[in-house]
Ligand binder design. Structure first.
Ligand code: GRF
Length: 246
């Protein structure tokens, strides 16, 4: 990663080239009758968290959010969890000044919550390798560009605007060791308009994230994601390994 760039999400080990196809959800023992247990990692306002909560409440995603983790005590998104009595953990720099301690605390909480899936939704730290190794194949990240364009940055929307692309969008991908380069699960395009500002473009991109993220979580929960190297194949609904659970 170039020194001038900042991370935009979490990372985890990449599959060795040529490895066998992996059913992402098969990393998890999806128990019959049990909803997929999801933890969401946030740093800010948590609009993606809210979109996922509301999709679950509407019955569109067969999952439950069992933990919300923030690395910032002031993150607005924590209120969405607290309003619904979803357990929260704040692992911020004042409590855990060392990144290794902070991330160990987060990992311990994720394991204690017995999570099937971890979603990085606006989480602004790169998780340590041992954390993501533990969660390999069951961690998703949402990024505000059509990856691989404008990855590895916290300013993807501004960079897209400055570059002059006519179309950008959002990506939900499986987290790997290569930052913002894991297998892509869902992408949604967003046209760049003539009079767009960073704010107006960001607002339209995040609106698409609010659809893409619940879609990706639903596909995972339904056992419909097959990872073949860098590609994710999406099984028809009838073939999802979790479909018989409901
Ligand atoms: C989103 O645009 C996400 O792609 C980026 O940070 C933003 C988080 O927004 N990584 P929110 O906190 O979910 O509202």
């Amino acid at each position: 990663m170039p020194a001038t760039r900042r991370a935009s999400g979490c990372s985890a080990p990449r599959e060795p080239p040529g490895s066998a196809a992996i059913l992402a959800a098969s990393f998890v023992t999806l128990e019959r009758g049990r909803l997929t247990r999801v933890a969401v990692l946030i740093s800010g306002r948590g609009s993606n968290l809210l979109a996922l909560i509301e999709s679950i409440e509407r019955g569109e995603v067969p999952a439950e959010i069992v933990l919300v983790v923030s690395n910032r005590a002031e993150a607005g998104g924590l209120a969405h969890a607290r309003a619904r009595a979803i357990p929260t953990l704040t692992a911020d720099r004042s409590r855990y000044p060392k990144r290794v301690d902070r991330h160990q605390r987060i990992l311990a909480a994720l394991l204690a919550a017995d999570v099937d899936l971890v979603v990085c939704a606006g989480f602004d730290e790169i998780l340590r390798p041992e954390v993501v190794a533990e969660l390999r194949g069951r961690m998703l990240n949402v990024h505000p560009s059509l990856l691989p364009a404008f990855g590895q940055t916290l300013h993807a929307q501004a960079e897209a605007l400055a570059y002059g692309v006519k179309v950008t969008g959002c990506t939900v991908h499986i987290v790997t060791d290569d930052l913002d380069a894991g297998p892509i699960v869902v992408q949604r395009p967003v046209p760049v308009l003539e009079d767009d500002t960073v704010e107006s473009l960001s607002a339209r991109i995040v609106a698409e994230e609010h659809k893409a993220l619940p879609d990706a979580v639903r596909l995972f929960a339904e056992g419909r994601l097959i990872v073949e190297g860098q590609r994710v194949r999406i099984l028809p609904r009838s073939q999802g390994s979790a479909a018989e659970r409901r």
